[in-house]
Write a protein that binds this ligand. Structure first.
Ligand code: SAM
Length: 241
């Protein structure tokens, strides 16, 4: 009887908490969509739906799981980050995907942006230079059921010629200038969104390939990404200015 009495308050508390308890990951994800994306300038319904579906908490390291839906980048190990949701959304929205595209992403990191892209395109190839990150992302994406993503380990500043051409390319690391290899791997009419400029001060630009030799560049705003390290990016030891 004494044991039962001890249990009752806990049971009542449980019932009381059920109605107003902690937000679930689903709730936090919907709040991220409405407050961080829709309230700014992300208006493409398909893009918003993808962000409302992909479980970002599965892509962050366990110690930051509680901050998975913060309006900021988060560390993922190896000195790298999972990008701020809004910046991923800006990039993806600017690619203007319709669902039939083959997309190349440079900088797999956690695999989160690749998962978002995979909801909006036919096939995604994503390249990561850090082998452990590529391996972890591949396992995570497979476990979560993202079967139209191919994760590759290599220097993405050279693109991924084996699967080229691409209707869209998203670059998740800052390059000193748009890599020629990536421009060459765009279809006519294809779009590439990439951060370009100095290591600590970049512009996000969209480049559209009009014909064999004509590329049109549009400025999407200020951003700050980790550097694209590679043959057509920055050297491993970036010179101090
Ligand atoms: N898209 C990622 C996500 O959703 O988690 C975040 C990408 S993180 C901001 C940038 C990534 O680019 C890092 O994982 C970094 O190792 C990678 N990177 C840098 N230079 C690269 C290169 N030349 N080729 C491929 N990946 C590169």
């Amino acid at each position: 009887m004494t044991g039962l009495l001890r249990l009752i308050p806990r049971a009542i508390m449980h019932i009381l908490n059920a109605g107003q308890g902690e937000m679930t990951a689903h709730d936090k994800r919907q709040r991220m969509v409405s407050e961080q994306l829709r309230r700014r300038d992300i208006i493409d319904p398909q893009v918003l739906a993808a962000f409302g579906t992909v479980p970002r908490e599965q892509f962050v390291i366990p110690t930051t799981e509680g901050r998975a839906y913060d309006d900021s980048p988060l560390p993922i190990g190896f000195g790298q980050t999972i990008s701020q949701p809004y910046v991923v959304a800006m990039t993806v929205q600017a690619l203007a995907l319709h669902g039939h595209e083959r997309v190349l992403e440079i900088g797999t990191g956690s695999g989160y942006a690749a998962a978002i892209l995979s909801c909006l395109a036919r096939e995604v190839h994503t390249v990561e230079r850090i082998e452990d990150l590529a391996a972890h992302a591949a396992v995570r994406l497979e476990r979560l059921g993202f079967h139209n993503i191919h994760v590759h380990h290599g220097d993405g500043s050279l693109g991924w010629p084996a699967a080229a051409l691409y209707e869209a390319i998203a670059v998740a690391a800052g390059a000193p200038r748009p890599p020629q290899s990536l421009l060459d791997q765009l279809t006519i009419g294809g779009r590439m969104v990439l951060p370009t400029g100095e290591v600590d001060d970049q512009r996000l630009v969209r480049i559209t390939r009009r014909d064999e030799h004509t590329f049109v560049e549009e400025d999407l705003g200020d951003v700050r990404f980790v550097p694209l390290v590679g043959v057509e990016g920055w050297p491993e030891q970036i010179p101090v200015r």
